[in-house]
Design a protein around this ligand. Sequence first.
Ligand code: NAD
Length: 344
Amino acid sequence: MQQTITFPSGTVDHFFQASFAEQAKTYDKQHTIIVTNEHISKLYGQLFKGFTTLVIPPGESSKDMNTIKSLANDLLHAEATRKTTIMGVGGGVVTDITGFLSSVYMRGVRFGFAPTTLLGMVDAAIGGKNGVNLGFNKNVLGTFTQPQFIVFDSKFLDTLPNAEWSNGFAEIIKYACIFDAGLFEELSKNDIDYYKQDHTALNSLIERCVALKNNTVTNDEKETGLRKLLNFGHTAAHAIENLYELPHGKAVAIGMVIACMVSERVTGLDPEVRVKLMALLERYNLPVKMNIDHKKAMEILRMDKKRHDDMIDYIVLNKIGEAVIHALPLGEIETALIDYEGKN
Ligand SMILES: NC(=O)c1ccc[n+]([C@@H]2O[C@H](COP(=O)([O-])OP(=O)(O)OC[C@H]3O[C@@H](n4cnc5c(N)ncnc54)[C@H](O)[C@@H]3O)[C@@H](O)[C@H]2O)c1
C-alpha cells in the first residue's frame, strides 16, 4: 500500500506492508548505492546482489563524522554523482547516517530508507531528521532533509533480537503518552509476543505510529513548536544514552519516567500516571530504574540543542495522551534527576 505524504519541503512515498526484496528488483542497480551495517549485510546480503553496498560497523559508536567521512570517500570511489540514489537499509543508526550523508554529499542526492528495526519503522526513518553525534552529545550535527521514499517491510523484524523489539516499544509508548490515550490502553492489554504473532496488529500499530509522527511533522517540519512534543522523555535520555552506552529505547524509557516526575511538579500530573507508565514499560521489558550521576548528566544537558540560556524546552504531560512544551530552568531538571536517584 503506497501513501504519499506532503511535507512543506516535499513529498515522501511511504510503501506500507511492502516487500523490500520485490522493490529492490525495480531499482536501477547502476545508480543506487546501499548503505547498511555488518549485521544486516550478513543476514540480508542476498537482497543487495548487484548493488554497490557500503557496510558500516553496527552500533551507535558508528554514528559520527568519521563514518560520514569514510562513506563519502567510498561514494567518490564508487563514482556516485548527483544522479545516484542512496538507500539506507538498517536501524536508526544506518538511516540517520544515510540521511545525513545523502543530504551533504555533492550538496544533496536522492535517498530512501528501508528500516529494519521496529524503532526505525515507527520513528527513526520518518520525519526527515538525520544526524550524527559529537562525543557524548547526540545528533549535534545534522540536517532536516526528507527521504524520497520509505519501504516498510516487517519481514525484517523476524530476525530482530528481543531487546530491540523492546527498544522500538519505548517510542511507541512515547506516542501513546503524548498523543493517544487509546493506544496506551491497547498496549496495556497486549505484549511483545502478541505483536510478534499477529502481523495484522503489528502492521496496523506501525502505520498508526507513522501517522501520529507524520501528522506532527507535516505541521512543524523544522521543530519550531509542535514537533518538540516528540521529544517527550528524550531530554534526559540524550543525557544518559551515550554516557552509559544505553540503547536509545532504554534511555527513552528512563527519560519518560523522569519526565513524569517533572510533570508532577510542573503540571500537577497525577503520580498514578507514572505508576501506570512504569508498569507498561516493564510489560515491554524496558527499564524504569537506574543509577544516574546527575552531575555528569547535567554536563551533557547543558549542551542540549533545546537549551536557550539557562532554560530548556522540556516536554511534560497534562495527562496520558496530552503533552505540552514547558520552558524549564536547567536547575529544575537537576532537581528532578536528584529526585529520581533518591527514588531508585
Ligand atoms: N532521526 C530520527 O528522527 C530518530 C528518531 C529516533 C531514534 N533515532 C536514532 O536511531 C538510533 C537507534 O536506532 P535503532 O534502535 O534502530 O538502533 P540500531 O540502528 O543501532 O539497531 C539496533 C541493533 O539491531 C541490529 N539490527 C537492525 N535490524 C535488524 C534485523 N532486522 N535483524 C537483526 N538485527 C538487526 C543492528 O545491527 C543493531 O545492532 C539512535 O541513534 C537514535 O538517535 C533517530
